[in-house]
Design a protein around this ligand. Structure first.
Ligand code: MG
Length: 362
């Protein structure tokens, strides 16, 4: 077919087709020696569509030409992983810019879905603090109502920060509507697989891993219900009727010692092997998250945090801030402040979420 028809059917302009041909892509099947007119074979339409997709993914023409000579799944996987790293780097840069300007991460975000109709009264605020002994913040947080999560990355730099960011980016991308505990469990599993694949494919990132504590607020009439997915020692707490309840249970050596009555909850903070986790995303291809589904009656406040906070503040101190500070963003910042006042040198990520039906809010 002539270049005009091929252009119309492939969606590529004649100018773009000439550029591609110069790069060795979609070379015309025939060129009229008199008029110089270019002709394409119908079979080239499929290749045109493939090139369009790869261009949409940002792949340079030279790499596409090479790939089409020898298409293989490893190259596609490598491109996907390079995107993960680039995305993580760009998110990190934005977070640093925000920190440098001392701006809050997110404040009083009204939760909306389904055509913009507010389903639940929900407001959230967050704070992140880089530990004094750290070159980069290895903790990450996600505020994407009704989905919220914190992650604490581990591994030689840059492994820790890549692991936590990659886990939360994957969690968000893999979490599908309608919100449910199943969707959360699947997304958490995908997050673990992404971290493991990345660690397994890059020797420089070998051994990187991350905690994850993620919650989705479910609108299950007549009560609200939370679905919590949890791996590691980051935590979720529920604050209601002036009482703070820890929803998650740490996957750590010291938690085992506390359970066996060999340590008190006071002693665990000072234990030299406090950071030793018995479960973390990235340590195996498939890591099962604990899933719990507490019901919530009336208005309540939810706290998600990494161990940078819980190692420095006890439950009474957390409850005091959650009780005294009405604005969730300010409460999150005050809690992150507790972590530094306690002399902590670890990174800290905190999210405070106010939930409840409008007619139940007090
Ligand atoms: Mg930590």
């Amino acid at each position: 077919m002539a270049i005009g028809e091929f252009s119309a059917r492939s969606g590529l302009s004649a100018k773009v087709l000439r550029t591609y041909a110069a790069a060795g892509l979609l070379v015309p099947a025939a060129v009229d020696s008199c008029s110089g007119y270019r002709y394409y074979a119908p079979g080239q339409l499929q290749q045109a569509r493939l090139i369009l997709l790869l261009r949409k993914a940002g792949i340079p023409l030279s790499e596409i030409a090479e790939f089409l000579q020898h298409p293989d799944p490893d190259t596609l996987q490598r491109w996907a992983e390079e995107l993960d790293v680039e995305l993580a780097g760009r998110r990190q840069a934005l977070a640093r810019a925000r920190d440098q300007l001392s701006l809050p991460a997110a404040d009083a975000l009204p939760a909306r879905h389904g055509g913009g109709r507010p389903v639940l009264a929900m407001a959230a605020g967050s704070a992140a603090r880089q530990g004094s002994s750290r070159a980069v913040n290895q903790d990450a947080l996600l505020v994407s109502p009704p989905l919220f999560a914190v992650a604490d990355g581990m591994g030689d730099s840059p492994g820790g920060e890549i692991a936590s960011r990659l886990a939360l980016d994957t969690l968000q991308a893999a979490f599908t509507a309608p919100p449910s505990a199943e969707a959360l469990a699947t997304a958490a599993c995908e997050a673990g697989r992404a971290v493991w694949q990345r660690a397994d494919s890059d020797p420089a990132l070998s051994g990187m891993a991350t905690t994850i504590t993620a919650v989705v607020v479910l609108d299950t009439s007549p009560r609200l219900r939370l679905a919590v997915a949890h791996v590691g020692d980051s935590r979720a707490y529920l604050f209601q009727d002036r009482e703070l309840r820890q929803l998650t249970r740490d996957h750590s050596l010291v938690q085992g010692l506390v359970d066996a009555d060999q340590l008190t909850t006071r002693q665990w903070r000072a234990h030299p092997r406090r950071a030793l986790l018995t479960r973390a995303l990235g340590l195996a291809p498939v890591i099962d998250a604990d899933i719990i589904m507490p019901a919530v009656t009336g208005a309540a406040r939810l706290l998600l945090c990494t161990d940078g906070l819980t190692a420095q503040a006890d439950q009474a101190q957390l409850a005091a801030v959650l009780s005294a500070v009405a604005d969730p963003g300010q409460a999150a910042r005050n809690l992150a402040g507790l972590a530094s006042r306690g002399g902590g040198d670890d990174d800290t990520a905190v999210i405070v979420i106010d939930i409840g039906r409008p007619d139940q809010q007090s």
